[in-house]
Design a binder for this molecule. Structure first.
Ligand SMILES: O=C(O)CCC(=O)C(=O)O
Length: 274
């Protein structure tokens, strides 16, 4: 999947698009940020963490791109938008961001799931950019994904029995799919992966000495409508093109470097269908 012949390496080739639609994910993309740039981005992260309230964790940093130019600028990075445009086409918006951070020796896992099961949105035309803040691999609990699973439809999730899981709903290995067919994602800090909202994915604990942090950015085609009765705070931020559908309310870009939304975002569990 070489991009060598392309003048813009973030413009997906026909082969990369074919691979994504066949498998539900894409790796091997050119870095979004250099190591130096990523070090600067990481150095700013404590300013955001300082805004967490007692009892909250990094899991609670959801949709803070709406109030922090720090995250909004990442979400609107033209390199990322070029990649997303290759999947969603010319008209799409950003609507969610959240961190998945596993500190060294964290037992925290992410159970097997399909994002679309959690989201009150239709139709399925969303892509997640998982931007690595650290080098991420099988040793520190990098994400795994079942290739082609997005083509099997959205499967009913069960309540998770794993107390270590950061999600409360999950799919059972062996009945709905075979976990041993999963692809291990490996990314260097500043690189990203793409995945389809129906692809089955999850991640293991981080027994290593290294942190494993990633920022997810969720983009949808303008044809995708959020159900405001379930997620009333939903805001679309147009990234590219025109909104021919006008299904969703727009957000206002942030002005301050770091801030948290006044509302409490609907949690995955509240939005989930189980
Ligand atoms: O970071 C992880 O381990 C899981 C991320 C995830 O579930 C997602 O991006 O939807």
């Amino acid at each position: 999947m070489s991009t060598a012949t392309q003048s813009n390496p973030y413009q997906l080739t026909a082969e990369q698009k074919r691979f994504y639609h066949e498998n539900g994910y894409l790796l091997g993309l050119p870095p979004i940020y250099t190591r130096e740039e990523m070090a600067r981005i990481n150095a700013e992260l404590p300013h955001l963490l300082a805004l967490l309230e007692p009892g909250e964790t990094t899991k609670d940093i959801r949709e803070w791109h709406e109030t922090s130019t720090y995250l909004y600028e990442i979400g609107m990075n033209p390199k990322i938008l070029d990649l997303v445009e290759g999947i969603l086409g010319p008209n799409f918006y950003l609507w969610a961001s959240n961190f998945f951070i596993k500190e060294p020796h964290s037992m925290s896992t992410v159970g097997w799931h399909q994002d679309s099961y959690y989201w009150p949105m239709a139709p399925n035309n969303s892509v997640t950019v998982w931007l690595a803040f650290d080098d991420v691999d099988e040793v520190n609990g990098g994400m795994k994904l079942i290739p082609g699973s997005h083509r099997g439809g959205v499967i009913k999730h069960r309540r998770s029995e794993q107390t270590s899981s950061v999600l409360t709903l999950e799919l059972a290995d062996g009945t709905d799919f075979k976990a041993d067919s999963a692809v291990q994602f490996r990314l260097k800090a500043g690189e990203c992966s793409l995945h389809d909202d129906r692809a089955i994915h999850g991640s293991q604990a981080n027994p290593s000495d290294r942190r494993r942090a990633g920022l997810t950015l969720r983009y949808s085609g303008t044809n995708v409508k959020n159900d405001l009765s379930v997620n009333p705070n939903f805001k679309a931020y147009m990234c590219r093109g025109v909104d021919e559908f006008k299904h969703n309310p727009y957000g206002t870009p942030p002005k301050q470097r770091y801030g948290r939304p006044a509302f409490k975002p609907v949690s995955n569990e509240e939005a989930g269908k189980a």
